[in-house]
Design a protein around this ligand. Sequence first.
Ligand SMILES: Cc1cc2nc3c(=O)[nH]c(=O)nc-3n(C[C@H](O)[C@H](O)[C@H](O)COP(=O)(O)OP(=O)(O)OC[C@H]3O[C@@H](n4cnc5c(N)ncnc54)[C@H](O)[C@@H]3O)c2cc1C
Length: 315
Amino acid sequence: MTRNAQSTNILENILPLIEGDVQFDAPMAPLTWFRVGGPADALVRPRNLDDLVNLIKGKPAGLPVTVLGVGSNLLVRDDGIEGVVVRLGKAFGGITFEESDRVRVGAAALDTAVARAALAESIGGLEFLRGIPGTIGGALRMNAGAYGKEIKDVLIEATAIDSAGAPVTLNRDDMGFAYRYSSAPDDLIFVEALLQGGADDAADIEKRMNEVTGSRESSQPIRSRTGGSTFKNPDPSRSGGKRAWELIDEAGCRGLTIGQAQVSDLHCNFLINLGSANASALESLGETVRRRVKENSGVALEWEIRRVGREALDE
Ligand SMILES: Cc1cc2nc3c(=O)[nH]c(=O)nc-3n(C[C@H](O)[C@H](O)[C@H](O)COP(=O)(O)OP(=O)(O)OC[C@H]3O[C@@H](n4cnc5c(N)ncnc54)[C@H](O)[C@@H]3O)c2cc1C
């Protein structure tokens, strides 16, 4: 049996479990910022929390599950993603305000929408989210942050579904946050977070938010097909205090191009798909940058972008 026939057999078992939308052989490229990558064996958009739980509880053992936010930190490989990709939709996008300036947000809520909603309620402390083009689920997984603040600084607790379909509540310590990292088990699907803001003057919040937006516009290629920062900033003790972009610049990689994949001229820790790059070209370019930086400075850069999907088979 071919790989596709085998997975189709397995995947058909999930159909009766789901009320939401199920798409087989679903294109992933349109769902990511890079606009590259092969199809998922199946893409599931659960209708609500019960639907998600039914999927996880009822799916065949061993069927891989990958969660997708809005794909702003993701490189999907050209051979596509094995198993089920879960994309949380509207039912997981709520933003509600609770007492003591707390905000309850669904994992599919956009960070920017949370920042704007907080502004409308004169709740400060969440302005940094205005600069991150992902979802709350992605922010929890990546400990997303900008302008001196990370999600860990405002998180009270996160709610997730584990691989048995059971709800799990994690407080900040349970999340094991570090720089662009959480040690929370990889198989958790975050569904909600409770964030702490603080009462503030709306005009002041708006001013800070505009500073965040303005600074991003001038320093990042935010209208390009990109995945944000490609590599994590190394520990300053290993890099002499230099950030990833400085090491990349010093290694002569600013503007480096392989086919349609390019190291951004504007911010050289961003890779760009100039139009028709595939995932393999972008990944090779990233690996070339890593090699050159290692040769030039001795520092091994670590990917921040999540690379998912089948590794290309050797010819
Ligand atoms: C122009 C640009 C600028 C950026 N600037 C910043 C920045 O300033 N700071 C910053 O931190 N990041 C930045 N990023 C990166 C990115 O926006 C963040 O990492 C964001 O948090 C990713 O969210 P997402 O919804 O797009 O997740 P995706 O890219 O879809 O997924 C990222 C990871 O999170 C996991 N994930 C997503 N949702 C869930 C969920 N519900 N449950 C469990 N796991 C989940 C995925 O499986 C994957 O491993 C930038 C990206 C771009 C394109």
